[in-house]
Design a protein around this ligand. Structure first.
Ligand code: FES
Ligand code: FES
Length: 211
């Protein structure tokens, strides 16, 4: 049947938009509703142990761990790539486990021990994983590298603790370090420069195996 273009048609979305527009026009300045819309964000105090240092800060409860690290503590080694859990550039270790810090609110981690790439090395010595990345050219532009290194450290720890992955043939057996295991476990860390095979070589060296 042909549409009747002489009659105005309103769908649900149009009605919502029209309703919101009229509400905005009719709100008197300084009204309670307007005040609520402009209410200050909810703030909270959070204490974290970052790279061995206790840090207590006030932040908007919606602040991610990534933004606390970069914007509040100025630890810019941890990178923001996608800011939605898809690239792995923001990976840090929280209580020894790897975590994408853009998907973690700081207030969800009270008292947590957070290790960023800055905390892996000392002023005198690189962490073995950092040294292996250098030796095997596990990077090109380097943007993904802090997240890759934190993730790689976490991966070897997971294998050591016997945590299986999608690539493990036997879920009940202790996983072994293999190219398939390393590639699968590192699959959440994207490298636009394509340094993947060198990263696997670096991880294998730290694990003391040939893959
Ligand atoms: Fe967190 Fe991409 S910035 S996963
Ligand atoms: Fe450039 Fe990985 S080294 S994105």
């Amino acid at each position: 049947m042909d549409n009747d273009f002489t009659q105005p048609t309103l769908n649900r979305r149009d009605l919502l938009i029209a309703g919101a527009a009229s509400a905005a026009v009719t709100l008197p300045a300084g009204s309670a509703a307007q005040g609520a819309a402009e209410a200050a964000p909810a703030m909270a105090s959070v204490t974290l142990e970052v790279n061995g240092r206790s840090e207590t800060l006030q932040c908007d409860t919606r602040t991610t761990l990534l933004d606390v690290l970069r914007e509040h503590l100025h630890l810019t080694g941890t990178k923001k790539g996608c800011d939605q859990g898809q690239c792995g550039a923001c990976t840090v270790l929280v209580n020894g486990r790897r975590v994408v810090s853009c998907l973690t609110l700081a207030v969800m981690q009270p008292g947590a021990k957070v290790t960023t790439v800055e905390g892996l090395s000392t002023t005198r010595r690189l962490h073995p994983m950092q040294a292996a990345f250098v030796k095997h050219d596990g990077y090109q532009c380097g943007y993904c590298t802090p997240g890759q290194i934190c993730s790689a450290v976490g991966v070897l720890d997971e294998i050591k603790r016997g945590v299986p992955s999608h690539a493990s043939k036997d879920l009940a057996a202790r996983p072994v370090v293999s190219a398939a295991e390393l590639r699968e476990r590192m699959s959440g860390n994207i490298c636009r420069c394509g340094a993947y095979s060198n990263i696997v070589d670096a991880m294998a060296e730290v694990a003391g195996v040939r893959v």
